[in-house]
Design a protein around this ligand. Structure first.
Ligand code: ZN
Length: 247
């Protein structure tokens, strides 16, 4: 089985289209790690697209805030404004869909998916010390997480924890990680719609469990067209600008 792993689409349909074009037909099933909406200009379109993909999807903090499950008191003013705008745009059906999204961890075959940390969906897992819990407590040897918008991850073998650094150059579109038996993995596909690791290209992963390989992809997309829609919607300027830099 081959899984298309997408996370943090953040209502960016143009980036999602580029991801689906690049992934082509090389997957059998889609998993989505949350933050389907929030920040971007296309919340209804992206919810429809995720539904059409029949993706196994868990909720992210922006999904919760945009459908009113949580208030936005711990959001910064820019994120709050975007969440309020998103809530106004979403159709009643899509608001209901977001409210019903399950909380991670969700097990999909031999993979587990979480949004933030394994025991706290809102925690940002950046450091090895934060990753250890997920590596040890995931119900599966491979667990995918999102939320940080940084592509990469961690592995654990014989009590040795390693950071998996991925820095595909501007000319390369993917790097592959070989999955070893007896090793546990906590892997982040990066963000489709709002990368923050310094590479503005849309990020995703393909987990090929037949060949024990996870491919981490970066694909360019038409950032300016998204920025134009954000301007037209009156979304906050810092959110528009950061897409250019992937920060
Ligand atoms: Zn996010």
């Amino acid at each position: 089985m081959r899984y298309l792993v997408i996370s943090d689409i953040h209502a960016n349909q143009t980036a999602l289209d580029a991801v689906l074009a690049a992934a082509g037909k090389r997957w059998d099933r889609v998993v989505c790690l949350g933050d389907v909406v929030g920040y971007g200009p296309d919340p209804n379109e992206v919810v429809d697209a995720v539904l059409a993909l029949n993706a196994s999807t868990i909720r992210g903090n922006h999904d919760k805030a945009s459908c009113g499950l949580t208030d936005t008191s711990d959001f910064n003013p820019v994120a709050r404004k975007a969440a309020e705008w998103t809530q106004q745009q979403l159709t009643p059906e899509h608001l209901t869909y977001l409210k019903k999204l399950p909380q991670g961890p969700l097990q999909v075959d031999n993979l587990a998916i979480i949004h933030g940390a394994i025991n706290d969906e809102d925690e940002y897992v950046f450091a090895p010390a934060q990753a250890l819990e997920g590596l040890l407590e995931s119900p599966t040897a491979i667990c995918f997480f999102g939320h940080t918008h940084f592509q990469g991850g961690f592995s654990l073998r014989d009590s040795k924890l390693q950071v998996i650094h991925l820095r595909p150059g501007p000319e390369s579109t993917f790097s592959a990680v070989q999955i070893e038996k007896g090793t546990r993995y906590l892997l982040n596909p990066g963000s489709v719609g709002q990368p923050r690791d310094g590479d503005p290209r849309a990020a995703f992963a393909i987990a090929d469990m037949e060949h024990n390989v996870v491919e981490f992809w970066r694909v360019p997309y038409d950032i300016e067209s998204v920025q134009q829609r954000m301007h037209a919607a009156g979304l906050p300027e810092p959110l528009i600008l950061r897409l250019t830099f992937g920060r």
